[in-house]
Design a protein around this ligand. Structure first.
Ligand SMILES: C[S@@+](CC[C@H](N)C(=O)[O-])C[C@H]1O[C@@H](n2cnc3c(N)ncnc32)[C@H](O)[C@@H]1O
Length: 302
């Protein structure tokens, strides 16, 4: 499916995380015998960057299904997308990996997660990737219910790991059109509005997206999650924030993510931003029909 150039940054971040988890799961010391991975907004299994024409496989295929088949680690995937055409294409593109796919349906993510949880033993390592296009497509009640799929052991609690795309850009749109209810349903509280009002009274010009993020992180912590520093995903041409990738992890995994993953991903995001800007320039030049480097450079200077 056609994607924006900035989505390739999300995919690189996710791919990096999955590779790290794969290494942990396949290490001899690992206590888990299988990785359970649910992608509730999975798309159609193909990424085509609209502005550059570049094509690649999404992380679910590149970093999970293909390695599971090639190196043979134990994996159960749960795929879902509300769009029936996309899920049909996803089925087609992943048919050679069907042994690793336990569920592939076209339902509302806010409903089907309950069926998926029934197939995941709470004491096993599971990840839910929650990647909606719009904040309205992911309810806080869904996140809360997934977090309640717990296993208690030696005074600790294990919950499914979460990677959430917090769509602050669409939230901002709802805020501007005064559709507060959809934001309340995404964040599970009205606290964000009180915070925004307080900031205004104090004359603070804190970006509203930052308030959404802070409140969301606190909400995740109130469920019992540890939350490493979220990753900001910005647009390619202008640096405005489109969304944040937020990891909600068990306290046992927090240090690994915060120290081994987040700094690397932040570096990777900077590199990817530079590369994307370069690719965008080249694609724009190609579209304009620049035939030679001289012409390309001269157009850059005009
Ligand atoms: C941003 S795309 C995600 C793509 C994919 N995760 C990736 O990384 O390539 C969001 C997807 O969510 C689907 N979607 C929107 N609302 C949904 C809902 N309520 N439940 C499940 N899927 C939904 C859309 O059809 C779209 O394919």
């Amino acid at each position: 499916m056609e994607i924006s150039l900035h989505s390739s940054k999300k995919h690189r971040a996710l791919g990096y995380y999955i590779n790290l988890i794969r290494d942990l799961i396949t290490s001899p010391k690992n206590p888990f015998n299988k990785l359970y991975y649910a992608d509730l907004y999975c798309g159609d299994g193909e990424c085509i960057v609209g502005s550059t024409g570049k094509k690649y496989d999404p992380p679910i295929i590149q970093s999970l299904l293909r390695p599971a088949k090639e190196i043979g680690f134990s994996l159960s995937c749960f795929l879902n997308d509300l769009d029936t055409d996309k899920i049909a294409r996803m089925k087609e593109r992943t048919k050679i990996y069907k042994d690793f796919i336990e569920y592939c349906e076209s339902k509302d993510a806010n409903v089907c997660f309950r069926d998926i949880l029934k197939m995941i033993p709470p004491d096993q390592f599971s990840i839910f990737f929650l990647d909606p296009t719009n904040h309205q497509d992911l309810k806080w009640s869904t996140i809360k219910a997934i977090s309640e799929h717990t296993h208690h052991y030696h005074g600790k609690t294990r919950r499914p790991e979460l990677i959430i795309n917090l769509m602050t850009y669409t939230m901002l749109g709802s805020y501007r059109s005064k559709s507060f209810q959809s934001i309340n349903e995404s964040l599970g509280t009205t606290e964000w509005l009180e915070q925004v009002e307080k900031n205004k009274e104090k004359g603070l010009s804190a970006p509203i997206e930052q308030t959404f993020l802070t409140v969301f992180v606190n909400q995740l912590k109130s469920l019992g999650y540890s939350v490493p520093t979220p990753i900001k995903i910005t647009n390619t041409s202008v640096d405005n924030t489109i969304y944040y990738l937020v990891w909600a992890t068990n306290e046992q995994g927090y240090d690994i993510i915060e120290t081994r993953l987040i700094p690397w991903i932040n570096d990777l995001m900077q590199k990817a931003q530079k590369e994307n800007k370069g690719e965008l320039k080249k694609a724009t030049a190609r579209k304009r029909g620049d035939r030679s480097l001289t012409e390309y450079v001269s157009n850059q200077n005009n």
